[in-house]
Write a protein that binds this ligand. Structure first.
Ligand SMILES: CC(C)(COP(=O)(O)OP(=O)(O)OC[C@H]1O[C@@H](n2cnc3c(N)ncnc32)[C@H](O)[C@@H]1OP(=O)(O)O)[C@@H](O)C(=O)NCCC(=O)NCCS
Length: 241
């Protein structure tokens, strides 16, 4: 029943979004409540965009994200060292294919804690409060479940109200220890519903990304044509003078 409901809901939401506006899904919504957000699985080809996203974060955000004031070099090293074969990195792109939100689901390397994973996330300041952080958390939770993870771990500074609120709202046990807070979320085992939802949302995100890419290419071509036309016009003017 849940499976059918999820599938129907996902399809209806996607269809509604596609039909409501011609560029639906290409425009950043004010709130993601009840909206299907295209979340892409990222690979090595996205390293540059990931670095751009993280390097654009201010010092306070870097402190919140990494637990220390990461320098540009440390951020670059973090991005270069990302292991896409082991971990999962998710991103939300805007219509210009700029990465507005980025999440890292790091699977444990220790065989003793093999069924654990850690979640880290950042949303660019101008896109906050729309639910991207929460949507990425839900997405990562689903992937983690499907990968056999039993416990998801979130490390946050105690002053990080939005992150702690996301974790708490999704049922995590939150333990404050002075300036640091650890949150643990126990995950139920994967089922057909979680697996199918992952499949459908991945397909939706890929289609959305491909459309954005085509729209951008088309707009670039239009701009080039405009430039050529302008050049021809100016040349005509000059020869007429
Ligand atoms: C934490 C972060 C990812 C949240 O992203 P976001 O997209 O703004 O989060 P959401 O819109 O999903 O909001 C999450 C919750 O926090 C609440 N919230 C958001 N900003 C808030 C603020 N400044 N004060 C209080 N609550 C806030 C929202 O109301 C929401 O709660 P609700 O679901 O009960 O309404 C973002 O602030 C960020 O990138 N911070 C810097 C990096 C960081 O701290 N990473 C987390 C450590 S791993």
């Amino acid at each position: 029943m849940t499976l059918v409901k999820t599938l129907l809901q996902t399809t209806v939401n996607a269809g509604r979004q596609m039909l409501s506006q011609p560029l639906s899904g290409l425009v950043e919504p004010k709130s993601t409540h009840g909206v299907l957000v295209p979340i892409c699985s990222l690979g090595p080809q996205h390293r540059e965009r990931m670095a751009q996203h993280l390097l654009a974060l201010g010092s306070q955000d870097r402190y919140m994200r990494f637990g220390y004031m990461a320098t540009d070099e440390q951020i670059q090293r973090y991005v270069d060292a990302l292991d896409f074969g082991r971990d999962e990195i998710f991103g939300i792109f805007n219509r210009y294919l700029k990465l507005v939100a980025l999440a890292h689901l790091a699977y444990s390397r220790d065989s003793q804690t093999g069924s654990c994973a850690e979640f880290g996330v950042s949303v660019q300041p101008q896109s906050r409060g729309r639910g991207y952080g929460a949507r990425l958390f839900e997405h990562a939770t689903m992937h983690a479940r499907n990968a056999g993870v039993k416990m998801l771990f979130i490390h946050a500074l105690s002053e990080n109200i939005p992150m702690i609120s996301i974790a708490r709202k999704h049922g995590a046990r939150v333990e404050r220890d002075g300036s640091e807070t650890e949150a643990y979320l126990l995950l139920p085992p994967a089922d057909l519903d979680s697996q199918l939802t992952e499949l459908v949302s991945e397909q939706f995100a890929q289609t959305n990304y491909a459309i954005k890419k085509q729209v951008n290419r088309f707009l670039d071509t239009l701009a080039e044509m405009q430039e050529i036309r302008q050049g021809v016009r100016e040349a005509r003017h000059q020869s007429a003078e």
